[in-house]
Design a protein around this ligand. Structure first.
Ligand code: CP
Ligand code: NVA
Length: 287
C-alpha cells in the first residue's frame, strides 16, 4: 500500500519503532538499485540534503536534488503535476516547502511515497533522528522526559507528535504568543526552568526559522530568557542530553558551553539523520 510521511503521526507507534529498528540495520538491502529519488528544495538545506542523498546511495539508488528556482512549484507547474512526473521517473519523492499544503497536494497526485523534508508546519524526518538518538543514548524511550525550550514551530510540533507516539513525556516552554497547539503535551509553560526540571533531554531550535529572517530582531527580544545555558541545564536529570536540530546560533537559543559541552548529543543527532532516513526509505518501500 502506498504510504507517505508528511508528519510523524503518519506512522503508528509500532511503525515508528519499526523505522527506528531499520535505521540500525548494518547491511541494508539495495532496494533502490537502479532507481532514482527526486529531492525538491524550496528552502536552503545542509543536513537534510546531504543525509537524504547519502541514504539513497546506501540503498543503491541515485538521488537528484532540485532547487525550486529550476522547478517552480505552483509557478512553472502545479504541485500535482510535479508529483505525477516525479512518480514516472523515481521510486520516492522528498520535498522541503514553505506551505505544507503543497506537499499534501503533491502526495495526493503521486504514485510513489512522498516524504516531507521540512515544511512550515512539520519536520518529521528530523524527529526520526531525534528519537533514534534518545533511544541510543538513554537506552529506551518509554517513560523518558523531553523538554523543548523555544519557538513552538515546525520542529516542536512534530517532536510533540513523535514523543506521544514513542511514549516520551513532553514538556514545552515558549514565550507568550509562540506556543504550539497544546494537544498531547504534558506541560505547556512560559517558564523554561519549569519545563526542564528533572528532564532526561532538553531540545531547542532557532528563534527565527527559514523565511522569518526579517523578524529576527523582534524575536531576539521576545525570546530573552529562553537561552539553553548552564544554569538551565543544571535543573535537568543527571546525565541529561542536549539536543538541537541545527543549524544553531550560539549565544541565542543555546550557549556555546552547552552545545559544545559534554551533555551535547547534537553531532550524533546530525549523523543519525542519514541512518533514520535510510530506515524510513526501507520501511516505505516495504509497504
Ligand atoms: N536540521 C536540518 O533540517 O538541517 P538543514 O536545514 O541544514 O537541512
Ligand atoms: N525551525 C527551523 C528548523 C531548521 C532545520 C526552520 O524551519 O528553519
Amino acid at each position: 500500500m502506498l504510504r507517505h510521511l508528511l508528519d510523524i503521526d503518519d506512522l503508528s507507534a509500532e511503525e515508528l519503532a519499526d523505522v527506528l529498528d531499520r535505521a540500525e540495520v548494518a547491511s541494508p538491502p539495495q532496494v533502490l538499485a537502479g532507481r532514482g529519488v527526486a529531492l525538491l528544495f524550496e528552502k536552503p538545506s545542509n543536513r537534510t540534503r546531504l543525509s537524504m542523498e547519502l541514504a539513497v546511495v546506501q540503498l543503491g539508488g541515485h538521488p537528484v536534488s532540485l532547487r525550486n528556482e529550476e522547478v517552480g512549484i505552483d509557478t512553472r507547474e502545479t504541485a500535482e503535476d510535479l508529483g505525477r512526473v516525479f512518480s514516472e521517473f523515481c521510486a520516492l519523492i522528498g520535498g522541503r516547502v514553505f506551505e505544507h499544503a503543497k506537499l499534501v497536494r503533491m502526495a495526493a497526485a503521486a504514485t510513489v511515497p512522498v516524504v516531507n523534508l521540512l515544511s512550515d508546519d512539520a519536520h518529521p524526518v528530523q524527529i526520526l533522528a531525534d528519537l533514534l538518538t534518545m533511544r541510543q543514548r538513554l537506552g529506551s524511550l518509554v517513560g523518558r522526559s523531553l523538554a523543548y525550550v523555544g519557538d513552538g514551530n515546525n520542529v516542536c510540533r512534530s517532536l510533540m507528535l513523535g514523543a506521544a507516539r514513542a511514549g516520551v513525556e513532553m514538556r514545552v516552554a515558549t514565550p507568550a504568543g509562540y506556543e504550539p497547539p497544546a494537544d498531547g503535551v504534558s506541560l505547556l509553560t512560559n517558564n523554561p526552568a519549569e519545563a526542564v526540571a528533572g528532564a532526561d533531554a532538553v531540545y531547542t531550535d532557532v528563534w527565527a526559522s527559514m523565511g522569518q529572517e526579517a523578524d529576527a530582531a523582534r524575536r531576539r527580544a521576545d525570546f530573552a530568557g529562553f537561552t539553553v545555558d548552564d544554569d538551565l541545564m543544571a535543573g535537568t536529570a543527571p546525565g541529561a542530553l542536549f539536543l538541537h536540530c541545527l543549524p544553531a546560533h550560539r549565544g541565542e537559543e543555546v550557549a556555546a558551553s552547552v552545545i559544545d559541552g559534554p551533555q551535547s548529543a547534537v553531532w550524533q543527532q546530525a549523523a543519525n539523520r542519514m541512518h533514520a532516513q535510510r530506515g524510513l526509505v526501507l520501511w516505505l518501500l516495504s509497504q
